[in-house]
Design a protein around this ligand. Structure first.
Ligand code: NDP
Length: 276
């Protein structure tokens, strides 16, 4: 059900995650991050996506502390960075994130990237963290099918979420199908193609047809694909605009038209080939 901003996906461990969340990866820092989150909470967002590498967890934590929205009503995601995996300090990194965020638990903890020769061991620590109750769910990000198969074959815990680059130029249909078949919820990063949606002719045409904006068309397309979406904006009116996606439905034909924009084009790094 994706008919209101309170709509949630149910993860494979029963935890409920809002379909719409706020991305926070931005060069802005400090007060700008806090203002963005305050605006987003006022607009109805209840899910916030951060990561230790964004260096904004303190600001995210302050924004949550200053908000009238109770911590229990927020779905908070953060991620373990690659260097912490390499140095085998995932548990310590997690505890440092909690401290910066000013909370004693996160809703979702993710392995940020599938660092070769590390991610299986990282996953074991993630399982320990999950068992301790300090992460209500654990998952992965940027994992391709072989990485997921590796986890499924070597662990009893199926990741709750795989957060991947997903937008009209990169639809990753096989990976999405694999995740859905294995009850791994897909979440889309860079859903708005880092702003490029505003100049995509097909999206502009569909926006006119539905009396919506290109951003709203793409975010709705995510929902109808059963993909959690986490657009980032520091702009108040865009933050509000990005919530207005629950009052219309794209036809099957228009869904296919957007699907056909795929170019297998990564705007960020390709998980099959990254070196950081
Ligand atoms: P997005 O696709 O969310 O695009 C953000 C850009 O779109 C900004 O320039 C923003 O501008 C603009 N924008 C936002 N709303 C609108 C709108 N309604 N109309 C037009 N333009 C709009 O890119 P991100 O790369 O930020 O991805 C989203 C989130 O995903 C990140 O913030 C982060 O939390 C996560 N992420 C995760 C990764 C991973 O490896 N797991 C990698 C990358 C991102 P402005 O802010 O100026 O309004």
């Amino acid at each position: 059900m994706t008919n209101c901003i309170e709509s949630v996906a149910t993860l494979n461990n029963g935890l409920q995650m809002p379909w719409l969340g706020l991305g926070t990866f931005t060069r802005d820092s400090g007060q700008a991050i806090q203002d963005m989150i305050a605006d987003a909470l006022s607009a109805g967002f209840r899910s916030i996506d951060t990561a230790s590498i964004y260096k904004n967890e303190v600001s995210v934590g302050n924004a949550l502390k200053n908000s009238e929205v109770a911590r229990k009503d927020i779905f908070l995601t953060t991620k373990v960075w690659n260097e912490d995996q390499r140095k085998r300090r995932t548990l310590q990194a997690f505890e440092e994130s909690l401290k910066r965020l000013g909370t004693d638990y996160v809703d979702l903890y993710l392995i940020h990237w599938p660092v070769a020769d590390c991610y299986l061991q990282t996953w074991q620590v993630m399982e320990e963290i999950y068992r301790s109750g300090r992460a209500k769910a654990i998952g992965v990000s940027n994992f391709l099918i072989p990485h997921l198969e590796d986890i499924l074959q070597n662990s009893d815990t199926v990741p709750c979420v795989n957060q991947i680059e997903f937008h009209p130029y990169l639809t990753q249909t096989e990976l999405i199908k694999y995740c859905q078949n294995n009850k791994i919820q897909v979440a889309a990063w860079s859903p708005l193609m880092q702003g490029l949606i505003a100049s995509e002719a097909t999206l502009l045409r569909l926006a006119k047809k539905y009396k919506k904006t290109p951003a709203q068309i793409v975010l709705r397309w995510d929902l109808q694909h059963q993909v959690v979406t986490i657009p980032k904006s520091v702009t108040t009116n865009r933050i509000i605009e990005n919530t207005q996606i629950f009052d219309f439905e794209l036809s099957d034909q228009d869904m296919s038209i957007i699907d056909a924009l795929n170019q297998d084009k990564h705007l960020g790094p390709d998980p099959a080939n990254f070196d950081f």
